[in-house]
Design a protein around this ligand. Structure first.
Ligand SMILES: [Zn+2]
Length: 465
């Protein structure tokens, strides 16, 4: 038996069997569903996987989450799928802003590709493990509501991730590489102030304004900014500012996101924010209460697992094979972007002066020690077990996620080809994990060291402990 030839069967299987997966990714793209509303995506994916011999389980309490499992024994490898879309990003597959349905959702983050690409890897692993008698279990996780950053934390509370040794994920993007950057930890919380209504003109002295409290809280929070670390973030919207100017508002509410590079720093930022809210309540003689809507951990790369994934991305997955037509569409899409946006993306990739448009050539992992000032609930899983994530080129350099350009590309041949490349890297990595027990043991050892033995608990519990 030749190990390389045996493993190649995975890529051959993917190339031969990709069509129904491509169709499924496009079907989900055509029916974009928002966070926690992904009923059709879940119906399509569970039916697809059941038909192909996966055991599908769903736990009560989170209707658009599921797990599809195949195999026996260890190692148990999870692949993190997603399928939610974004508000207002409906867009046709064309190089000008043209919603299919105005104001409707669209797949501007490519989660239609993200989920199905993971399914394709899981199915390829199943077929080749069965044919070659390889022991191991593969779990495809159907994760809801990534765009609200809470789906995987909620799945964790239901016990979905118990018994999984390690996890792999990928995300659509403008380049192809394994990621070692940190995406920030986040808490989402609403602060409600309760005051006293009164005639704002006739008897203002009888009123206590909840809106004043919200405004003072925001002023206080803005003064915190000067004394927080560079990677901390605070953003807010006022969700209730009162009813009419002639009534002193008795109720007001402000909704905050706080982000920090790691959960420990998030805790200290959160405590300061709660103090600011209490100060605002004291100044205005109102009462304040808060409600944490959810949150997520910072990502935590696992370098041993990253190495295994990167070897497969560079030496096994091949390129996405973008052809002249893809490049033409990519060029047209890229032409809609401001020049400095493209230059900033090239600089991020250390490719200044390069004129690349669309390129799936894997870059070596380049982002160790950097921060991405967004968040993902993959962070929750990454703080439960060794986890590795790769970016796959599914749109031209300079396009950013959550844009109409991204939606156009994730419904095009460009998106599908990037998805196939990513699925090969994931499948190849799972193959290596099953063949070489040292990957799991070394990844787990590194994970334990980096977590310093701390047990995972959901962000809201951590902040309120
Ligand atoms: Zn996303």
């Amino acid at each position: 038996m030749n190990a390389a030839v045996d493993k190649k069967a995975l890529a051959t299987w993917i190339d031969k069997n990709k069509k129904p997966f491509e169709d499924l990714a496009l079907e989900i793209w055509e029916k974009p569903e928002m966070a926690h509303e992904e009923k059709e995506a879940v119906r399509l994916q569970t039916a697809f996987l059941e038909k192909r011999g996966f055991r599908v389980t769903q736990k009560e309490g989170l209707p658009t989450a599921f797990m599809a499992e195949w195999g026996t024994g260890g190692p148990v490898v999870g692949i993190l799928g997603e399928y939610d879309a974004l508000a207002g990003l409906s867009q046709a597959v064309t190089a000008k802003c043209a919603p299919v349905v105005p104001d409707a959702p669209g797949h501007g983050c490519g989660h239609n590709l993200l989920g199905v690409g993971c399914m394709l890897a899981a199915c390829a692993v199943k077929e080749i493990f069965a044919a070659q008698n390889i022991a191991g279990t593969v779990r495809y996780y159907g994760c809801p509501a990534e765009e609200q950053l809470t789906g995987k934390g909620e799945m964790a509370k239901l016990g979905y991730f118990q018994g999984t040794d390690l996890s792999l994920a990928w995300h659509p993007g403008d380049h192809t590489s394994v990621s070692d950057s940190v995406m920030t930890a986040l808490v989402s919380a609403k602060f409600k102030f309760k005051g006293k209504a009164a005639h704002a003109g006739g008897s203002p002295e009888a009123g206590r304004s909840a809106l004043d409290a919200v405004e003072l809280m925001n002023v206080g929070a803005n003064y915190v900014r000067e004394h927080m670390i560079d990677q901390d973030r605070l953003h807010y919207v006022i969700t209730n500012g009162g009813l009419a100017p002639n009534i002193v508002p008795s109720d007001a509410e402000v909704w905050y996101y706080a982000r920090a590079p790691h959960d420990g720093e998030l805790r200290s930022l959160w405590n300061r924010l709660v103090n600011v809210a209490q100060g605002a309540a004291m100044m205005t003689e109102t009462q304040v209460s808060h409600h944490i809507l959810g949150g997520c951990y910072n990502t935590l790369a696992n370098r041993r697992l990253n190495k295994a994934l990167e070897e497969n991305l560079i030496s096994f997955a091949g390129s996405a094979g973008f052809d002249a037509e893809d490049l033409k569409f990519g060029r047209e899409i890229q032409a809609t972007l401001p020049k400095d946006q493209i230059e900033a993306s090239l600089a991020k990739l250390s490719l200044e002066g390069d004129d690349r448009i669309l390129d799936s050539t894997p870059l070596p992992c380049f982002d160790t020690g950097t921060f991405i000032m967004g968040s993902t609930d993959v962070g929750d899983v990454a703080n439960m077990m060794p986890t590795s994530l790769l970016w796959g080129a599914t749109w031209p350099v300079g396009v950013v996620a959550h844009s109409w350009q991204a939606t156009a590309c994730t419904g095009s041949a460009i998106g599908l080809k990037g998805m196939i490349q990513a699925s090969k890297a994931l499948a190849g990595c799972i193959y290596d994990i099953a063949k070489d027990a040292s990957i799991v043991s070394e990844a787990k050892e590194e994970f334990a060291q980096r977590r310093e033995g701390r047990k995972y608990c959901p962000i809201e519990d951590l902040l309120q402990a």
